[in-house]
Design a protein around this ligand. Structure first.
Ligand SMILES: [Fe+2]
Length: 248
């Protein structure tokens, strides 16, 4: 009888998690219980709210428009399909897109009608909030939902760019965190949530969004006492302390 072969990348992540002792199951931030979804979304079941960050819709078409550099223009459809999966599964009352939802302010204009219809279908019957990002601070009208600079939600404050002097409970995006685990000659690099129990930085959700290693100095002032990164594996989320994560 054949035993199932464990996913080798998840095996590397599991080893990284097992070797450090700082992880805690479940997460609470400013009194709110958070569920870190494998898709890269943050689920607040008490408020039936789903948060996703840095969708960067229309990144492919932005490159083509600006520089003639060709990226296959399927990123918007792929990102929206992932979003559709998690929205269908969780049925949120509210979805918050935490900024840089579009790669640039003209992204909504370039959306194909089919993609626009997908966004409208996702918004149907629920509150939908676009938080302003640095790429899409002045998103044009015509994409439904409502706009906000920041949003207070229960004990949490949602904003795109993390703020050094924010009180506990900040949820932000912008940095596109990725964590890297190097074990037994293998290295696995994955998108991740990062938290110290006081603030949380979301992974980028967009198909073409790049990633910044959490060992980059940009994270140091935000997490002066260290952090736990929650890496998105293939089959589950792996909580791994800063000390077990490698630089690029
Ligand atoms: Fe950003």
């Amino acid at each position: 009888m054949k035993h199932p072969v464990p996913n080798t990348e998840d095996a590397v992540l599991a080893l990284g998690q097992r070797l450090q002792k700082t992880t805690r199951p479940g997460l609470t931030l400013a009194g709110e219980i958070l569920t870190l979804d494998l898709c890269g979304g943050l689920w607040l079941s008490r408020l039936r709210t789903l948060i996703v960050s840095d969708l960067h819709l229309e990144k492919g078409s932005a490159y083509a428009a600006r520089s003639g550099q060709f990226l296959p223009p399927y990123d918007t459809r792929e990102t929206l399909a992932c979003l559709h999966e998690v929205v269908a599964r969780l049925d949120p009352a509210c979805v918050v897109a935490l900024g840089d939802s579009f790669h640039d302010a003209r992204g909504p204009e370039r959306m194909e009608p089919g993609d626009r219809a997908m966004v409208a279908a996702l918004q149907e019957g629920r509150d939908w909030v676009w938080i302003a990002g640095n790429h899409d601070h002045a998103v044009s009208e015509g994409v439904g939902g409502r706009y906000a600079e920041t949003l207070a939600l229960g004990g949490l404050t949602l904003r795109h760019e993390p703020s050094l002097d924010a009180p506990d409970g900040e949820v932000a995006g912008h940095l596109h965190p990725c964590g890297k685990v190097a074990m037994r000659g293998r290295a696995v690099r994955r998108r991740c949530f990062v938290t110290d129990g006081r603030r949380l930085i979301m992974p980028a959700f967009g198909a073409y969004a790049g990633g910044l290693n959490v060992r980059n100095a940009a994270f140091d002032p935000l997490f002066p006492a260290g952090f736990t990164a929650h890496l998105l594996g293939d089959g589950r989320v792996f909580a791994i302390g800063k000390g077990m994560l490698s630089k690029d």
